[in-house]
Design a protein around this ligand. Structure first.
Ligand code: CUA
Length: 187
């Protein structure tokens, strides 16, 4: 007489384990497929503005020369702010922009990776040497924002910050309208 037992026959257990090993293998294959497809996709379509620039020649010519830094009002009324992030300061130290204006921040670094963040807004980007970080925004209200570097960039990192002053559009035109590049440094 066979012994009475609740355990299933050995071949049923084998089948169940084999089925589960196929399921787990399938899940692992799916995860790898997602990782590979996502990598290929993002490599082919970078998530943000990728504009290369020679980090060693910024001071020699072009928009990031010292005299070209600051806020430029374009003929269509929009503003472009050219900013350098370097160990351990932003140039200009005080950025002034008008309210109710399309604003493009263009920021680059001559040395290491820095962070570009305007507190209280969604303006937030890494600044990588060799590339121009471009952020588009608009300010509805006048006010002042701190602009700290938020990527650790060595010993002076915590002292690296600037200010963004948002002034009424008419006041901006009155105070800075005559300047080729506006900034609130020395005010
Ligand atoms: Cu620059 Cu931290």
């Amino acid at each position: 007489m066979a012994e009475l037992t609740n355990a299933p026959p050995v071949d049923v257990v084998d089948d169940a384990e084999r089925r589960w090993s196929y399921v787990v293998g399938g899940v692992v294959a799916c995860v790898f497929a997602v990782i590979i497809l996502a990598s290929v996709h993002w490599a082919a379509q970078p998530p943000s503005n990728v504009e290369a620039i020679d980090a060693s020649r910024l001071h020699l010519s072009g928009e990031f020369m010292e005299g070209n830094l600051g806020t430029e009002i374009l003929p269509d009324g929009s503003a472009v702010v050219h900013v350098i992030a370097q160990q351990y300061s932003f140039v200009p130290q005080c950025i002034v922009v008008p309210t109710d204006t399309r604003i493009v921040f263009r920021v680059t670094s001559p040395d290491v990776v820095h962070g570009f963040l305007v507190a209280g807004t969604n303006v937030n980007s890494m600044v990588v040497p060799g590339f121009v970080a471009e952020v588009r925004t608009r300010f509805d209200r006048p006010g002042e924002h701190v602009m700290p570097c938020h990527e650790y960039c060595s010993v002076g990192h915590e002292g690296m910050w600037a200010r963004v002053k948002v002034v009424d559009r008419q006041e901006f035109t009155r105070a800075y309208g005559g300047q080729r590049r506006a900034s609130c440094v020395r005010q």
